[in-house]
Design a protein around this ligand. Structure first.
Ligand code: MSP
Length: 494
């Protein structure tokens, strides 16, 4: 049987429109999904939207729009963003989808309840609507305000259903330490382990219906609504038909779940506890990405510095934004977006670097080769290709996408040097045989570059392969090069 590979992004709140941070997570996950497809794995890639909760209900009311309509409109913008970013998801989940999601959510609730892990308790606490979570004084600043959402939490006194999270602390800690569930990168793992060492408290898993109408009703108590995180986390199961446990459920456990650093705690504590309670396997890896700032400043609506991915795509194109997010930002770390840096990367790496390299090869090939080339490359070229390709694979497997891109750049550099040192453009007049031998080597380099770039900048890579006359990337040994030049792949920006 083919090896399955299940990969997910977090699901975005639809209280507003997507920003470049949302785009970052989708592009990172997409690159990994595409890479794994190239390896021949049977990939299932899920993304979607988180559509319940107070935050969304309030945002709709503020705009005077009915909640379902508001949610639908905003969801569409996320779907459109994914399309524009060339996100190759296999399934898009929406938590307000009753058929796909609600039944799975109710099913897991009943499993937890049957296990004795759900109980009712009177509770007084402080709720941050921005977080959609109860917060404690240590989550707030000295004035009792949540710094992230710039608002004081609401005092809540109610009777809620609670989930016995505390019961699973030791088991989760062990699973993380033994790497049954890898928390990546290591620094994040250490953070979570020290959190677990302090112990976990039980969490509220419902809100009274009169306080939270917009959500999934608790299965056997219509006066309560399932707490938004207890609802949202289940998306990873409902997307693969947990309710019926049909054929798609073979994808569980997930291989990689990509989340932002701010929501790691939910995924490294509540989520595994729910799975343990429901007697399901834990995801193999939670990969945590950093946050993106803009020109060195935290992105925020109040500062008015939010970057709209659609604007960047309109100016530079899909592959340029994908390239920037993947090459400039290290997956595990915080990163920055700046138009100057984007232009630099675009002109330097794409227009001048990759674009020029491909154009030199295809133009000379089209002009001076009759028919096609297709010999094996020279030993030295073969060796160099292998060296960079191995490095690339190692980095992609390790989610070090930016380093994988550096390996591609080095291979382009090797190719460029080869063109210059052989004075390739002068060879056709002097020695056709040497010219064809050199060009054949370069075509192997260029095709490998395109192959390596497929998960990063898919449409440009496909165009490059087309200009080199390659239709079947799988059959590397049978590559025949038929050169065709064309418009610049990336035109220089002033
Ligand atoms: N709905 C929850 C997730 C539920 S998963 C079961 C949520 N939504 S969100 O819209 O607020 O965030 C979605 C993702 O975007 C999260 O992984 C979050 O970390 C990420 N980002 C939000 N702002 C970001 C940046 N500025 N930079 C990078 N990613 C950021 O949380």
């Amino acid at each position: 049987m083919e090896k399955t590979f299940y990969i997910t992004t977090s699901i975005d709140y639809v209280n507003g429109k997507p920003h470049i941070g949302h785009a970052l997570e989708k592009v990172q996950t997409d690159a990994i999904a595409r890479y794994n497809r190239l390896l021949g794995r049977k990939v299932f890639f899920v993304t979607g939207t988180d559509e319940h909760g107070t935050k969304i209900a309030r945002a709709a009311k503020e705009r005077g729009i009915e909640i379902p309509e508001f949610v639908e409109n905003n969801r569409q913008v996320f779907v459109d963003m994914d399309k524009e970013l060339d996100i190759s998801y296999d399934f898009f989940i929406s938590t307000s989808d009753k058929d796909q999601h609600w039944e799975s959510c109710k099913k897991i609730w009943m499993k937890l309840k049957d296990k004795g892990d759900i109980y009712k308790k009177k509770y007084k606490g402080t709720y941050c609507v921005g977080h959609e979570a109860f917060v404690t004084p240590k989550d707030l600043n000295k004035d009792g305000v949540c710094d992230i959402h710039n608002a004081a939490p609401e005092i809540v006194e109610e009777e809620n259903y609670f989930f016995k999270l505390s019961r699973y602390t030791t088991q989760i800690k062990r699973a993380i330490e033994d790497e049954e569930m890898v928390i990546w990168p290591k620094e994040r793992k250490n953070e979570i382990v020290s959190l677990l060492e302090q112990g976990l408290e039980d969490v509220s898993f419902s809100r009274p219906k009169d306080k939270l109408e917009w959500g999934i009703p608790v299965p056997d108590d219509k006066d309560h609504t399932i707490y938004v995180w207890a609802d949202a986390l289940v998306n990873y199961l409902s997307a693969i038909d947990y309710e019926s446990e049909g054929a798609k459920f073979e994808f569980w456990p997930a291989d990689i779940q990509v989340v932002g650093k701010d929501i790691l705690r939910f995924h490294a504590a509540i989520w595994p506890a729910m799975l343990l309670s429901a007697e399901l396997k834990l995801p193999k890896k939670i990969a945590t990405h950093g946050f993106i700032s803009v020109e060195g400043i935290k992105m925020s609506k109040s500062l008015g510095n939010v970057i709209d991915p659609f604007d960047v795509i309109k100016d530079y194109g899909t592959d340029a934004i994908r390239y920037y997010l993947l090459a400039e930002i290290s997956f595990a770390k915080d990163g920055d977006f700046s138009y100057d840096r984007l232009k630099e990367r675009y002109n330097g790496d794409l227009a001048f670097g990759l674009g020029n390299f491909i154009s030199r090869i295809t133009t000379l090939g089209e002009r001076h080769v009759k028919g096609s080339l297709g010999d094996e490359p020279s030993e030295k070229t073969k060796e160099q290709i292998k060296q960079y390709f191995d490095k690339y694979n190692e980095c992609m497997e390790g989610l070090r996408i930016n380093e994988a891109i550096s390996a591609i750049q080095l291979l382009i550099g090797f190719g460029d040097k080869k063109i210059n040192e052989s004075r390739l453009w002068e060879l056709p007049e002097k020695d056709q045989e040497t010219f064809e031998k050199e060009l054949n080597d370069l075509a192997h380099i260029a095709s490998t570059v395109a192959l390596m770039f497929l998960p990063i900048i898919p449409s440009s890579s496909k165009e490059i392969l087309k200009r080199l006359g390659i239709s079947d990337i799988e059959r590397k040994d049978e590559w025949k090069f038929l050169f065709k030049s064309g418009d610049p792949l990336f035109s220089h920006r002033d």
